[in-house]
Write a protein that binds this ligand. Sequence first.
Ligand code: PLP
Length: 395
Amino acid sequence: MKIYADNAATTKMSQTALDAMIPCLKEVYGNPSSLYETGQKAKEILEKAREDVAAVIGADPREITFTSGGSEADNQAIRSAALAGKSKGKTHIISTAFEHHAVLHTLKKLEQEGFEVTLLDVHEDGLVRPEELEAAIREDTALVTVMYANNEIGTIQPIREIGEICRRHGVVFHTDAVQAVGHVPIDVKNDPIDMLSSSAHKFHGPKGIGFLYVKKGIRLFNLIEGGAQESGKRAGTENVPAIVAMAAALKEANENMARNTEILTEQRDRLIKGLSEIPHCALNGDAEKRLPGNVNFCFEGIEGESLLLLLDDKGIQASSGSACTSGSLDPSHVLLAIGRVHDVAHGSLRLTIGEDITPEETDYMIESVKEVVEYLRGFSPIWRDLQAGKKQFIL
Ligand SMILES: *Cc1c(COP(=O)(O)O)cnc(C)c1O
């Protein structure tokens, strides 16, 4: 069996997205800024895609700016709000400890440039507390940026409450919704969101394309010097084929959302139930307030990387959710943010399933993880110490 269970990292392009992209690559090659026919045809389909994207999240097409993906959208949103704040003497930013690095590293840079950043704690359930956020707001707060759904543990934040608090205090609210768009219903007018980042490759669109929603009246700065594309807010010739494919993928995801959610939730909960039978393990993040396709566990006494390699041998492609970048063996900042100790955080497994999952595949994953965890514990010195009572079990 071959199972791709890393849909939070990226997704396979849908046939609908491919069907929208290929004719566009072949035929509509004009530059949307050109005034002759092929240019104007490209312009037309570009603007149609903008309308389609806007409609899915309840925005006005003029509030959508296309970017090269989620990272760029996050950078541009946060920098814009910081610059706008600074011009009014506001240099304080509030975020959380478990954001994506596109957000955290941008904030680090801004700190070096003189901004002050408050990172809120995330509770054990993987959720931010709105009252703690409200208490952190100051006179000089320029921006609150809190992710819609976490990419590792899948927890969905109380976005409406956070947005309402920000509105009440007159603070700009940005959300990194890269994991949420196309997976959960989003309405930027119902939930008071000022800025929202999204990326196509997380909802079966192509890589290297995304969008930023910016509410009318909120100032957006162009971070790339160049032409006047995207109303002067994002220079560079538009990637029309990718934009058209993104719009098609998003429309499709939105139309199928109810059915997809049902399939994913059922298999997610089956996985959680099955994996919970493994001794000394714990689900990371709230069991219900999480993305329909996200399962994330810690298993005591093992090392996530070995677990992944052995699962790969069994045809299961998953992630540990940990950012083991070269030279660093630090466990996931997300798991540490929710209070997992280093030893436990190292034994993590993230399974993010796709809509084409079958119950047989789910059962195969449960059996495989059970087998591999038991096998690895057989070699683990930490597990031996735990068994011998030389170390205390945490889970
Ligand atoms: C994937 C991801 C990003 C980055 O998006 P790219 O399009 O790959 O740049 C940002 N935030 C979250 C939450 C993500 O999951």
